[in-house]
Design a protein around this ligand. Structure first.
Ligand code: FRU
Length: 560
């Protein structure tokens, strides 16, 4: 039965079957009150390949309905006739388009195809594009390979065939039926196949194979549209007045961990600093390697955008010390919803990590999204440059929560050097509590233990370590087999000077999203309690614990 398979999360979106990665083109339709989620999707299998945009809709960002494929791969793209200097310095003159997806079956199958990679949506309410009031514009990357040749000056005029070159370019598709189906747009109306809005020749010294993930936003102050796209280890900003013609404005250069891996899925988010009228811009980007976590993760920077479309970091220090969006291993490629009401900023990420997805097998699907996160930019003197981006689960989740199941006696309790078994055994719930202690005589560690195995040797722990001041999620032998050296424990520094911390956790079948102090820090992890791996059946038991000392627990609640 659908959605009742082993390891299938129940409060997180996953497609009924097949592979899914990045969220794409999130937007809210204020006419219908419906949220749209597109995503990187393989319509043909449980592994990455044949990338297309899948689609789901929701009234509350929590309960999703799967829709039909929104943007399928481009087929019959035939022949390219641009010139482009590829990474090895060769002048590529022309080539046959050959998309080589995964699995690479045979040439016949993949000839003439372009894959639809990640991107974003903008709802053109004022018809600045001329494509119609309310048209849904989907900016995406076309990814393909061409069998290239160079003009070697020989007499036959054909040059030498060089083999395959990967090319990425920024395209537009638009929808006039509210986001169900999309029409490919071509700036050159007479072209036989759709042409890019921003061709690979504009990648500004990046490389042809890593020029992707366009994200469009409106800059209200300067009355311009901005498109951010990565080009290897930099992000390029283009500006436009009509959403169709884009002019290169500036670039943002990676300064931390340069050389480790490319940037992906950039996004510029204008945000009002909480309690003020000031606007600051967040530049958030996914890092393939060199993020806080092992493997891939998301970071952010605080700054401003000028009228000329230039990124001005809050200080020179900012670019050298990116802030971590989420301290877990499974938070990637997140982008915010476009066209939100009340200036809300809500972001969804892919809950996985490229360093082990190959082995992490669920069937017949792979991949799920994080719960939607409400973003708030707050002043915080402890943070780099004085700003902190908080993220919490959207308040809509409350409609999906049942009443607290614990007795009033457990609501306030004191623990000394002990574990306290709570009277609840479910697999999908929220648990929250305030922990406090005597700062002169603190315990070593406090928090929750969950999914504890019968023999007690396997469990997850979410807690706060008072010696290192680290909020953490530990998965003790609950990673996936072959997960590519996963970390046992993910940490985030939290200053709990006043002797207290609030922990809030959302647990699902294989997902844990833990928050300290109302979104000051977040840690998102997948976990797999495989009986065949663990050797014993996991239980769903949940404990409070205090290690080497005393803790007061108040406001303890479990909401299934
Ligand atoms: C990020 C990413 C994007 C790309 C997409 C392809 O996870 O690598 O950069 O557009 O996935 O599926």
């Amino acid at each position: 039965k659908s959605y009742s398979e082993q390891y299938r999360n129940q409060i997180h979106y996953s497609p009924d079957k097949n592979w899914m990665n990045d969220p794409n083109g999130l937007f809210y339709d204020d006419k219908t009150g419906i949220y749209h989620l597109y995503y990187q999707y393989n319509p043909e299998g449980n592994e990455w390949g044949n990338m297309s945009w899948g689609h789901a809709t929701s009234k509350d960002m929590i309960n999703w309905k799967q829709e039909q494929l929104a943007i399928p791969m481009l087929t019959d793209q035939g022949w390219e006739d641009f010139t482009y200097t590829n990474t090895t310095g060769n002048l590529v003159e022309a080539g046959e388009v050959r998309y080589v997806g995964v699995p690479t079956t045979n040439w016949g199958d993949s000839n003439g195809k372009k894959a639809i990679f990640s991107g974003s949506v903008y709802v053109d309410k004022n018809n600045v594009s001329g494509l119609g009031v309310g048209t849904v514009l989907a900016f995406y990357t076309a990814d393909y390979q061409i069998a290239t040749r160079i003009n070697d000056g020989k007499e036959d005029g054909w040059g030498t065939w060089l083999g395959l070159n990967e090319i990425q370019e920024q395209h537009l598709a638009y929808s006039q039926d509210g986001g169900k189906t999309f029409i490919q747009y071509s700036p050159d109306k007479n072209a036989a196949v759709p042409k890019p809005l921003i061709p690979v020749t504009d990648s500004k010294g990046g490389d042809a194979a890593n020029f992707r993930d366009p994200n469009v936003v409106y800059d209200d102050l300067n009355k311009q549209f901005l498109l951010t796209v990565v080009s290897n280890q930099q992000a390029l900003i283009y500006s436009s007045k009509d959403l169709l013609h884009w002019k290169y404005a500036s670039s943002i250069q990676r300064e931390k961990n340069v050389g480790l891996g490319v940037w992906e899925c950039p996004t510029l988010i204008p945000m009002t600093v909480a309690g003020t009228k000031t606007t600051k811009w967040i530049f958030a980007v996914s890092v393939q390697q060199g993020a806080h976590a092992t493997g891939s993760g998301m970071e952010y920077y605080v700054g401003d955008i000028t009228a000329a479309g230039q990124w001005v970091p809050e200080s020179t220090h900012t670019m050298k010390e990116p802030l971590t969006f989420d301290y877990g291993e499974d938070f990637y490629a997140g982008i915010p919803f476009a066209n939100m009401k009340d200036k809300r900023n809500v972001l969804i990420a892919w809950q996985s990590n490229w360093s082990y997805t190959g082995e992490a097998k669920t069937s017949p699907w792979y991949g799920h999204m994080t719960l939607p996160r409400e973003l708030k930019l707050v002043k915080d003197t402890r943070a780099t440059d004085g700003y902190l981006l908080r993220n919490t689960v959207v308040s809509e989740i409350a409609h999906n929560e049942q009443e607290n199941v614990l007795s009033s006696a457990e609501f306030n309790t004191t623990l000394k050097n002990s574990e306290h078994l709570l009277n609840y055994t479910g697999t999908q719930y929220k648990v929250t509590a305030d922990f406090s202690w005597d700062t002169k005589n603190p315990p070593e560690s406090v928090g929750f233990k969950l999914r504890v195995s019968h023999d007690g040797r396997y469990y997850l722990r979410v807690g706060y370590d008072l010696q290192t001041k680290e909020f953490f999620v530990q998965r003790l032998n609950t990673g996936e087999p072959g997960m590519g050296n996963p970390r046992d424990k993910m940490n985030a520094f939290v200053d709990s000077g006043e002797g207290k911390i609030t922990l809030t956790i959302y647990v699902d079948e294989t997902s844990i999203e833990a928050f300290a102090n109302d979104g000051e820090r977040a840690i998102t992890q997948n976990f797999f309690m495989r009986p065949e791996y663990v050797g014993v059946q996991p239980t769903n038991q949940l404990y409070l614990y205090a290690q080497n000392g005393e803790v007061h627990v108040t406001g303890l609640k479990i909401n299934p």
